[in-house]
Write a protein that binds this ligand. Structure first.
Ligand code: KG4
Ligand code: ZN
Length: 353
């Protein structure tokens, strides 16, 4: 059997240790993720040092599993790719040093990848669970994760023009913070989605920050509005909650109102941006893209405008190694190589306006 170009990709920027073997940036031979979610749930959020130590603990078992389930040999591997940033410094360092060592001892080129580019290129991964559809240029992509929320235009591979970004909290961060206020487990995103699905009354309305015609986003006003409402309903004053507990039904209603507000703004601005640049596809990615309501609502709005939406299945929206392998294939082709002096870049940007 002839093989395409095989890349071993390592992702460790936040709280998932991911290693994948990806062929031609499209076909996933294996994609193993060790999640620290259960561990961070105990502390209600990520403690950076704890995350880095967990990456150290899990990276070798994750490689072993990715390796054995792919059934390939080092001779088949063209390059080793790794997330350089953005992310937590300690977490990034574990993956970078691991990938450097693999590249050195197996004499393979090392390809640095921007984590956000990984979220974008997840849209090019082949997926049996949906119709195979490659994004078409020009496209508009909405990337919504725990640390980032932005809209970019792509006229070709690896070319980005920033159309808008959050001026305060990322969408995922807002989900996580409001989830905590509602007494839901960490991470707030999936917990709010689940709670909201159980809402019987759907009349809670939270504000939307439209920011005029801009493609920027803001979620801090929404977060404060949610904080005040929750505080008042718990018998408190201002933003200080009282002793009263919310019923499960009320938590569901508030979660629903919050999710509607976030989804409404994300969908409206994305479709407006797609129209403005004459996009032939819309791409959705990042951890918040695992949200069913956001996926359905954007699909519906894109369909109404006759623009196909490409969104990876939820497991490829949250952090994983395969998305890094997908982006690395393009970077490798474009000649990107790193030396053994490759360093973590916790604030690595993707694009400028
Ligand atoms: O992309 P990701 O896995 O990590 C970062 O690069 O940040 O995104 C994690 C974020 C978290 O804020 C989490 O609450 C959110 O994605 N998230 C969701 C859902 N699943 C994960 N938000 C809303 N609905 C979901 N189903
Ligand atoms: Zn991410």
């Amino acid at each position: 059997m002839t093989r395409g170009r095989l890349i071993l990709a390592v992702e460790s920027s936040c709280d998932e240790t991911g290693i994948a073997l990806v062929e031609d940036g499209r076909r996933i031979l294996s994609n193993v993720v060790a999640s620290q979610v259960a561990m961070h749930a105990a502390s209600g959020g990520i403690v950076p040092e704890v995350a880095a130590r967990a990456h150290l603990r899990w990276i070798v078992p994750v490689l072993d599993e990715a390796w054995s389930s792919a059934g390939v040999a080092w001779d088949d591997v063209a390059a080793v790719a790794v997330t350089q940033g953005p992310g937590l410094a300690g977490s990034l360092l574990v993956g970078i040093n691991f990938a450097k060592t693999l590249a050195y001892v197996h004499r393979k080129p090392l390809v640095p990848v921007n984590h956000l580019e990984g979220h974008l290129y997840a849209a090019w991964l082949a997926d049996e669970t949906r119709e195979l559809r490659e994004p078409l240029f020009p496209l508009v992509a909405l990337i919504v994760s725990g640390g980032h929320t932005f809209l970019v235009e792509m006229r070709d591979h690896l070319q980005y023009r920033l159309l808008g970004e959050t001026v305060d909290d990322a969408a995922g961060e807002a989900f996580d913070k409001v989830g905590r206020l509602l007494g839901l487990p960490y991470p707030g995103g999936p917990a709010i989605m689940q709670a909201a699905a159980g809402a019987v009354r759907k009349d809670v309305v939270f504000p939307r920050a439209w920011l005029g015609d801009s493609f920027d986003f803001s979620f801090s006003g929404l977060k404060t509005a949610a904080r005040r409402t929750i505080a008042a309903e718990r018998g408190g004053q201002g933003t200080e909650a009282g002793e009263a507990q919310l019923t499960q039904d009320r938590v569901a209603e508030l979660a629903h109102g919050f999710q509607e507000s976030v989804v409404d703004v994300l969908v409206t601005k994305t479709v407006r941006a797609a129209r403005a640049v004459g996009a032939r596809s819309i791409v959705l990615g990042g951890g918040v893209a695992a949200n069913r309501v956001l996926r359905d609502r954007l699909a519906e709005a894109a369909r109404a405008d006759g623009i196909p939406l490409v969104v990876p299945r939820p497991a490829l929206c949250t952090d994983n190694g395969a998305m890094i392998g997908a982006a690395a294939a393009r970077r490798f082709e474009a000649g990107a190589r790193a030396g053994l002096d490759l360093d973590a870049r916790p604030s690595l940007p993707l694009a400028r306006r």
